[in-house]
Design a protein around this ligand. Sequence first.
Ligand SMILES: [Zn+2]
Length: 338
Amino acid sequence: MKRVLKGSGIVVLGIVALCVGLNLNSLDDGIQYLQDMFAYVPVSAQPLDPKGRFGFCEQFATLRNAQRAQFIVNFLEARGIAFQRLPIYDTKFDNIFAPFARRGNESESHQAASFTFVQDMVWRTIQAFVPYTIFSAHYDKVYDDPDYQGASDNSAAVCMLLVAAEELNRARPPRPVAILFTGQEEVGLVGARAFYDYATENNLQVADVLNFDNIGRAGLAARASGERSGYVFTIPLWGEFVYDGRKFSPASAYRQPDARLMQQLQRVGPIKLYDRMVAQSDGTYWQERGWNAVNLTSDNIYYLDETWHTYGDRVELLEQDNFQRALELVLGYARQEQ
Ligand SMILES: [Zn+2]
């Protein structure tokens, strides 16, 4: 009897060791998740200052999808920032693309916000030779309803990038960068696909893409990207599974961000890498197509799980220092020598 117990004890220990061994990569992500779960408080430690530079996000979050696109256009036009509206197929929505590059001796006082014919020709020539760094965020929200704010998904990132656009327009970075607001992300990354098609047809070269989705609280994280979002772990002899907080399913293929890109980002500011907390966003589509893209989110995955696609995703929960961190990452990376 004793020998049987001892024997089964060894088998159980072996299975536990095998589980741990196979899940070494998932362990740190899981531990971080549990820490965030126990530390979670459903109030913001540092709410947005209504009079601060991100204060307009309170209003932006209440807008419906068509109004959001209009808000972005108005914001850029009011500051004389040139942009292009790129139709998303036959939907009534556009991607909004604002490229920045050093202007040389060109007058700073130009007022034309939409592209003139000459500007358009100049940009077409530049983009055929010099690859862009693109900072992107989707502006649509999953429920097109004023009561659903989608504060972290994805109002926060749009507001942060609007402030970044203002800064990049004021002090041009040394290399071509662009800000891209996509629509129709929530209905299957359709805006991302339309922009990829546009870039391919117009010979627009892309160096890398930092795609912001689900920011607004705590620090920043880069996520593995795949078709199925959630926490990936291995069951011995059975394979990889993904848990999205609601159900378990077999994991789809997922990709890690490029190691060199991660190094360059971490030179600008701290970014956690969640290699087993897979995210699906616009960056996923571009990564699959071979672009050097990364999906960046808040590093508090528990908070994101609690609010994701729920009416509880509200601006009161956002923290201003996360906006500031993301903004500094964008500006720091745009000004970094490659
Ligand atoms: Zn999103």
